[in-house]
Ligand binder design. Structure first.
Ligand code: NAD
Ligand code: UD1
Length: 349
């Protein structure tokens, strides 16, 4: 019988790509999402892209803080594992509304863990972030690097990691993977699912994309005076399909390796790319010129961040396959097919 996986936040950017890979691998998937930052259209498209496997997907519009609603889902399906993406992720907003972030991300996770425990489901994959490394002194960041969150969003990730470590410490039956994503970009090569941020994008790639399709006039570059190859910030961009496959690898380890405990893994490529390099690669992929405004550093930004990938390669037997060229190609393909994401054009001002 197919293994059954609950995916919280499965309508979102990384979640939708992961659900598709799960279906294609033969898993039965139940998505719970409150659609706070996503669209049900993404779930429908995933079902279509999965072809015959699409029938193995169910969706419930649920807030994970709603314990009663979660209980109902666990009553109807016995899950083998949970992948937990649901959370708010805008750093700036988390500084303005810390309580919203602590409540949604931390209370939501505790509620989920309580319901999982009550139903004897003790395998969890959690979406952590490279943000837990703060501004690292030594590169690449390995899973042993010091942890230091710099804003409420980052602190929710760090606190949830700690909660997971404590839960596993108290009860060894829990198997937990803390996956620390570096910078997910790109889209499914079909161009039917991708990232669709609400409002003004916070992150580099969605912003570049919106400039390229004419939704915004220019890209503002935050800082050109870093001690990097060209003065702009350096990050480890990872294709979202590679990232999705990292979750399949994590699940396989749960099912194949009985010694799994509570472990953190970096999911990145190990390569650093500057903002200027990313802009050039996107211009090449799209054939569009991206007008630039050079401005001061964004507060709280690290200079350079990239992953040590040895642990994930060795223990998850997973390695990113795609490079910057494919990331830009697939992001552009999604952009031209869906210039307004899953929604309709914004009304003129
Ligand atoms: P996303 O916003 O596209 O997806 C998150 C999903 O969770 C959304 O569909 C949202 O509606 C849902 N959600 C939020 N709160 C919920 C709640 N209380 N109940 C039910 N659903 C809820 O974001 P994403 O980029 O796909 O990120 C997924 C996860 O990965 C998040 O936890 C995020 O913090 C983490 N992460 C993302 C990045 C990134 O750059 N995208 C990097 C590192 C970590
Ligand atoms: C941001 C978050 C981080 C989160 C990560 C992935 C902040 C301070 N950090 O990190 O917590 O884990 O996203 O969601 O928000 N840039 C520009 N112009 C832009 C946007 C970005 O020049 O309009 C630059 C940034 O300064 C940085 C690089 O592009 O050097 C990447 O930025 P971004 O995509 O926001 O990711 P992170 O800064 O890594």
């Amino acid at each position: 019988m197919a293994r059954r996986v609950l995916v919280t936040g499965g309508a979102g950017y990384i979640g939708s790509h992961t659900v598709l890979q799960l279906l294609r691998e033969g898993f039965y998937v139940v998505v719970v999402d409150n659609l706070d930052n996503s669209s049900e259209v993404a779930v429908q498209r995933v079902a279509e892209l999965a072809g015959g496997f699409g029938k193995n997907l169910a969706f419930h519009r649920i807030d994970i803080q709603d314990k009663e609603a979660l209980e109902k889902v666990f009553h109807t399906t016995k899950f083998d594992a949970v992948i937990h993406f649901a959370g708010l992720k805008a750093v700036g907003e988390s500084v303005q509304k810390p309580l919203l972030y602590y409540k949604n991300n931390i209370i939501g996770t505790i509620t989920l863990l309580e319901v999982m425990a009550a139903h004897g489901c003790k395998k969890l994959v959690f979406s952590s972030s490279a943000t837990v490394y703060g501004w690292p002194k030594h590169l690449p960041c390995t899973e042993e690097s010091p942890l230091h969150a710099m804003n409420p969003y980052g602190r929710t990730k760090l606190m949830i990691e700690e909660i997971c470590r404590d839960v596993h410490h108290a009860d060894n039956d829990w198997k937990i993977m803390l996956l620390r994503y570096f910078n997910p970009v790109g889209a499914h090569p079909s161009g039917h699912i991708g990232e669709d941020p609400r409002g003004i994008p916070n992150n580099l790639m969605p912003f570049i994309q919106q400039v390229a399709v004419g939704r915004r006039p220019s890209l503002t570059i935050f800082g050109t005076d870093y001690s990097t190859k060209d003065g702009t910030g350096v990050r480890d961009y990872i294709h979202v399909v590679d990232l999705a496959d990292g979750h399949i690898a994590a699940l396989k380890k749960f099912f194949d390796d009985p010694t799994t405990g509570c472990e953190a893994y970096n999911l990145g490529t190990g390569k650093g790319t500057s903002v200027f390099e990313m802009v050039t690669a996107f211009e090449k992929a799209s054939g569009k010129k991206i007008p630039l405004i050079l401005t001061a550093r964004r507060p709280g930004d690290a200079e350079t961040l990239y992953a040590g990938t040895a642990k994930a390669e060795k223990e998850l037997k997973w390695k990113a396959k795609y490079g910057i060229e494919e990331m830009c190609r697939d992001q552009w393909n999604w952009a031209i097919k869906n210039p307004w994401g899953y929604g309709l054009p914004e009304p003129p001002n």
